[in-house]
Design a protein around this ligand. Structure first.
Ligand SMILES: *[C@@H]1O[C@H](CO)[C@@H](O)[C@H](O)[C@H]1NC(C)=O
Ligand SMILES: *[C@@H]1O[C@H](CO)[C@@H](O)[C@H](O)[C@H]1NC(C)=O
Length: 655
């Protein structure tokens, strides 16, 4: 049965992919990595070493200025909840909630927009335009000569229109009408000022459905027309009048259970990210075969992870589940301000595979950027405001010894058998989250389960990682001589008591840090130690964060947040936590590829039988290139859609 993409299926497929391309190249990251992070740390330390320095929030920790209006948009995101600063501080520091301080605005302001990408590939104007672009694009010249027919059928398949948008929109009106404010359909222009408009769409001035042409969102019109979803997604941040947080849907995704705004973001728990940690994206650039006809998303995923790895550490990162993608305009702007060249280059890639597929995959990138920034905020805050007790920028032996002693006690405790191991008694950040949200009038749909808050530690810490050495990124041989990934994270949202890590202070902090005869580590060197520990040897940083949060004696927010809650430092940490806060969520979904009439019928019937179970399903209509089979499957598919989503949406012309 091919229809449900369980994590295991995906893993098998991914491994298969990896094995079949033995030339997967490994790029040495270290040198540029250290240099980059040194600069990063340098910027953050010098910037906030005195309380009256410039506002630390107006720059990213790499020292680059953030988009000037980001505070506005951050406020915009939570504009439904006019929240005071001390409300947030109390919430993060103590999990204390004072509902009277969170004044909820009208319902409409707490809703989010939905963005669809769509083109009508059956439109002759579109087809002419596409052929034209292909004939003029250097990437196609060689293969055009050699294999014109195959290219044509592959690209045709990618753009075939089975009227999915109509039904996907029906599913949105059926299940997400309490979530969305507006729906933006991002589409191609087939003639000047003539964007494609679904033939059945009723356009009214007060309609929540807006057509947005690529031309509107691409500042550089020489990148158009674009047939590359990655390039189009990279320009979402320019969609006019878009809510800061929004949901991105492809027209082959259908909703099957009720969704509410709390499935995307809440003021208490931040973004709700859906990830698939059994499917891991390597931190290395993927080998690009210039003769390949189709280029999937893995080149862009790996390239995105390569960029993230240079900045935050060379780890395998979880695939973003192929369901709803939560995106944010202010986050995308921040990413654009930090990786301007890569965002521009992604925009310029008219076809998948141009530039060897070195694209920023915005959904994957943003999800992991948020995860890393929250982690960085926590570790930085500890290093800067708690480890350096007297705040002189220098680490003396007394300051270091306190941390080393604490880690020693932690390590001994980690060696105990589970029943003897001491646990901290602090409730996790998402403990009783449904009731807590209820107190400020936010309902949960039940469709997404909140599984893990980023504030409780890095969710995908490596399983029993050996912190006495660098973890390789390429596969290693296990005892039986089999190639295995050396980086296996905790990925099933294991309870805290089931997670273990020991921190090797000698390796993680280096010889000077643990040398009692070395009286004072100067500021520059502490920065280097920090960025090596936090990023390059990321498993050290993960474990330190685990210790800070879970230490049975002193663990918790108080272990890393600035002590003085009235200080500027505290306010600035709270502001960053609010900006990057997130939970990982899961929901039940299916991924189905329709191939062969018999199998398709069976799969679709199963989906109907599971009417009330699947939160989302993605149906890939990449059917075989045989007109008879194609017709048969298309009819089955359409019958299914008409049964499953019977009611026309309010903006649909009904024949
Ligand atoms: C797509 O284009 C074809 C050909 O112009 C047209 O018949 C069809 O109605 C269009 N589909 C939609 C959903 O607009
Ligand atoms: C627009 O994109 C083209 C092609 O990538 C580039 O050469 C040009 O400099 C860009 N223009 C601007 C204004 O950025």
């Amino acid at each position: 049965m091919a229809y449900i993409r369980t994590p295991n299926d995906s893993q098998v497929r991914y491994r298969h992919q990896c094995r079949s391309s033995p030339r997967c190249i490994v790029v040495a990251l270290s040198a540029s990595f250290i240099a980059f992070n040194w600069i990063v740390f340098h910027a953050f330390k010098s910037e906030s070493s005195s309380d009256n320095s410039s506002d630390p929030l107006s720059t990213d920790s790499s020292g680059k200025p953030l988009p000037t209006n980001w505070l506005d948009t951050a406020t915009e995101r939570s504009r439904g909840y006019r929240a005071s600063k001390d409300w947030q501080g109390q919430w993060y520091r103590w999990r204390a909630l004072n509902p009277s301080k969170i004044e909820q605005q009208t319902d409409d302001l707490t809703k989010f927009d939905i963005v669809y990408t769509w083109v009508n590939g059956s439109d002759p104007l579109f087809q002419t335009m596409r052929l034209d672009s292909q004939n003029n694009h250097p990437m196609f010249q060689k293969s055009l000569r050699e294999n014109a027919k195959q290219i044509d059928s592959t690209t045709k398949r990618r753009y075939r229109d089975t009227d999915e948008l109509r039904y996907s929109l029906r599913s949105t009106f059926d299940y997400a009408s309490d979530l969305f404010r507006r729906i933006h359909i991002v589409t191609a222009e087939v003639a000047p000022n003539q964007p494609q408009i679904p033939s059945w769409l009723i356009q009214k001035p007060d309609s929540p459905i807006q057509i947005v042409s690529h031309k509107t969102i691409f500042p550089n019109s020489s990148h158009l027309p674009s047939y590359n979803s990655l390039s189009i997604e990279s320009q979402f941040l320019n969609i006019p009048d878009l809510t800061d947080t929004f949901m991105y849907m492809n027209d082959d995704i259908f909703l099957g259970l009720k969704l509410l705004p709390s499935d995307l973001w809440t003021p208490l728990y931040g973004y709700v990210l859906h990830m698939e940690a059994s499917l891991l994206v390597p931190p290395t650039v993927r080998y690009f075969d210039p003769n390949a006809i189709t280029v999937g998303e893995w080149h862009s995923l790996q390239y995105s992870n390569y960029l993230l790895s240079q900045r935050f550490g060379p780890r395998h990162r979880a695939y973003i589940a192929h369901v709803i993608h939560v995106l944010s305009v202010s986050m995308l702007k921040e990413i654009q301000s930090l990786w301007p060249d890569d965002m521009e280059i992604t925009s310029s890639h008219q076809f998948r595979g141009v530039g060897e597929g070195k694209d920023i995959h915005v959904s994957f990138f943003m999800g992991h950027y948020i995860m890393e920034k929250l982690r960085e905020t926590q570790l930085e805050s500890f290093w800067q405001y708690r480890l350096d007790t007297n705040q002189d920028g220098v680490l003396d032996w007394e300051e270091r010894r306190r941390l080393i002693d604490r880690i020693k006690i932690w390590n001994v405790n980690q060696d105990q058998v589970t029943s003897d191991r001491r646990q901290h008694s602090r409730p996790t950040m998402i403990h009783a989250h449904k009731a807590t949200l209820d107190r400020i009038g936010i309902r949960m749909s039940g469709t997404t389960l909140y599984r893990k808050s980023g504030l409780d530690g890095y969710p995908y810490m490596l399983r029993n990682a050996d912190t006495s050495k660098t973890i390789p990124t390429a596969t290693v041989k296990d005892r039986d001589g089999k190639d295995v990934l050396p980086q296996i994270p905790y990925r099933n949202y294991e309870p805290v008591k089931d997670r273990k890590c020991k921190l090797d202070v000698d390796f993680c902090f280096g010889p000077d840090f643990v040398d009692s005869t070395y009286p004072r580590i100067p500021a520059e060197q502490t920065k280097q130690i920090f960025s090596r520990m936090a990023f390059k040897e990321f498993h050290c940083g993960d474990c330190l964060l685990e210790i800070l949060m879970q230490d049975p004696y002193r663990g918790g927010m108080g272990a890393w947040m600035p002590e003085d809650e009235t200080s500027q430092a505290f306010a600035s940490v709270v502001e960053k936590v609010a900006r990057y806060n997130y939970v990982l969520g899961t929901s039940d979904y299916s991924f189905m590829a329709l191939q062969g009439a018999k199998g398709a019928k069976k799969d679709l019937d199963i989906l109907l039988a599971k009417w009330d179970q699947k939160a989302f399903f993605c149906i890939n209509d990449d059917f075989p290139d045989d007109p008879v089979v194609e017709n048969e499957i298309q009819t089955l598919f359409r019958d299914f859609l008409n049964t499953r989503f019977r009611l026309p949406s309010p903006y649909e012309i009904v024949e």
